[in-house]
Ligand binder design. Structure first.
Ligand SMILES: N[C@@H](CCC(=O)N[C@@H](CSC=O)C(=O)NCC(=O)O)C(=O)O
Length: 288
């Protein structure tokens, strides 16, 4: 891991790194907030609880660090924040930067199976690789790691958590793309990255995954938290929180889906409710 820059922040440090990502086959950037750099500070047996944040379309490893306003509460709760980039960069695939909702900045946290994307666009595996890397390098506590995200990153967080509840103990989202197989963003991304066989899309669709869990114990008995603004211009066409809500109800998965009048899709909305997400995760991760 190459440290690119670091900045003192709320008694801890906000860092930016680059590393060679095996899943991607290219260098990737990510940022971390470490609440206290003293060895063993504020954590158990020298291991730090951590929270991954997956950002949305057009974002980078900087977006949440700059706009989310999360570091003060993360410092109070002793949580490491991990903020990966949202796609491979510099894959040099024709058309990669033609659209803001597909290609660069729009990796959708899936492992592409369709050429030419399949050579580098493997963001699902990349997040798991980064988690394992930082467990070693930053002494993250494997047993106390949570995940959250926004929009495309909310979709990624829900999918990564639902498929790996043994790796992520808590999950929440802001305005997630909750049923991507059914919306234009998801159809475009899944069609391009995974091909036209929609059965292969279901493994990356949080609502489909939740439906498949009916009859099994709820993977997150402490609940899933979702905040959604009602003035969000993408709500009706792209997000479908009600589909995920119904799937949770049918599967017996506790869900707090909070609908907020007047809030849109952007970082003013996220920064308003981010403290409650951090406290929610800290509470879940503190349990045994
Ligand atoms: N360029 C788009 C708007 C793109 C956008 O709103 N991106 C969101 C995530 S959307 C789903 O993943 C975002 O987080 N943007 C970063 C920010 O700083 O707000 C358009 O023209 O509408």
């Amino acid at each position: 891991m190459e440290l690119l820059s670091e900045h003192a922040c709320f008694g801890g440090v906000q860092r930016f790194y680059r590393h060679d990502a095996q899943a991607i086959g290219l260098p990737m950037r990510f940022s971390v907030f470490i609440p206290d750099t003293a060895p063993g500070a504020g954590n158990t047996h020298g291991k730090r609880p951590a929270l991954f944040y997956l950002a949305g379309l057009t974002c980078t490893e900087e977006t949440f660090a700059i706009k989310g306003g999360a570091q003060r509460v993360a410092a109070e709760e002793g949580l490491v924040l991990v903020m990966p980039d949202t796609s491979p960069r510099g894959a040099n695939i024709a058309g990669e930067t033609d659209a803001w909702d597909f290609g660069a900045g729009a990796g959708f946290y899936v492992d592409a199976t369709e050429a030419p994307w399949s050579s580098h666009y493997r963001m699902y595996s990349y997040i798991l690789e980064l988690r394992a890397l930082l467990e070693q390098e930053l002494h993250l506590d494997a047993a106390r790691t949570g995940i959250f995200g926004h929009s495309m990153g909310g979709h990624g967080a829900l999918v990564l958590a639902l498929r790996n509840p043994h790796l992520f103990r808590s999950v929440s989202a802001f305005a997630p793309i909750a049923a991507p197989s059914q919306c234009p963003w998801g159809k475009k991304a899944f069609g391009g990255y995974l091909g036209s066989d929609e059965s292969s899309w279901q493994q990356y669709d949080a609502s489909a995954l939740m439906r498949s869990l009916q009859g099994q114990p709820a993977p997150f008995p402490g609940g899933i938290l979702i905040d959604q603004g009602l003035a969000d211009k993408f709500l009706e066409e792209q997000l479908y929180p009600e589909v995920f809500e119904a799937a949770c109800r049918d599967a017996g998965q506790p869900l707090q889906l909070r609908r907020h009048a007047g809030y849109d899709h952007g970082y003013y909305f996220i920064s308003t409710f981010v403290e409650e997400h951090l406290r929610f995760h800290a509470g879940q991760l503190r349990g045994s």
